[in-house]
Design a protein around this ligand. Sequence first.
Ligand code: BTN
Length: 233
Amino acid sequence: TVSSTMDVAVELGIKGAPEGTLVLTETQTKGRGRLGRAWFSPKYKGIYLSLLLRPKILPNQAAILTLLSAVSICEATKEITGLDAKIKWPNDILMHNKKLGGILTELNAETDATRFVVIGIGLNVNNTKNALVAGATSLKEQKKENINRLELLQEILRKLETNYLLFQKIGSQVIIDKWRNYNITLGRRVKIVCQKEHLEGEAIDIDIDGGLLVREDSGLVEKIMAGDVVHCR
Ligand code: BTN
């Protein structure tokens, strides 16, 4: 048991642990999500991991790794369970509009150089209703049978590796193209809540750095790098 695999991975990163270092746990007492939220991590039910990467990228390119992780989860889920997971920008993994999993990307960087990135993945796998928060679902709930967590974990790691190598070899475009296949945000009317700002419009595209392009009713196109997206209709 750890409080959060993120803290362990960041500590290892600071100590110089190599790329590919994986922190895996059966439960967390202080699992955390984006925007300061908690991540409920019931024991033996889900997959909770943090992966340390040392990509040679600028800090402002790190968002691509979040998209890359989301794609890897969808690919692996399809392969192991046959189920279609979808992505809500930037990193919510959904099934039938309920939250199946999430990704938290933490960056350790100087202004112009990335030291390391920790990718945190949380996935609801064999949770039953009582081990799910409101608005969440699990693979078991969707498939009506237990899922082999080890097999799924192995496949997620294989997909992460394949996509990471692809990204390093060819660049972000190939990742973004894959991401489009799974996303349910583009083409929708969205409301974005980030910090104090609110913005509403149509999600028209994804930028090369992973940012979401939103056309407001005035016609002005804004690029969003972070925030909460609400699909309006
Ligand atoms: C989100 O959707 O807000 C992101 C959730 C990320 C949860 C995972 S579980 C493993 C890792 N350790 C944490 O404390 N958080 C991430």
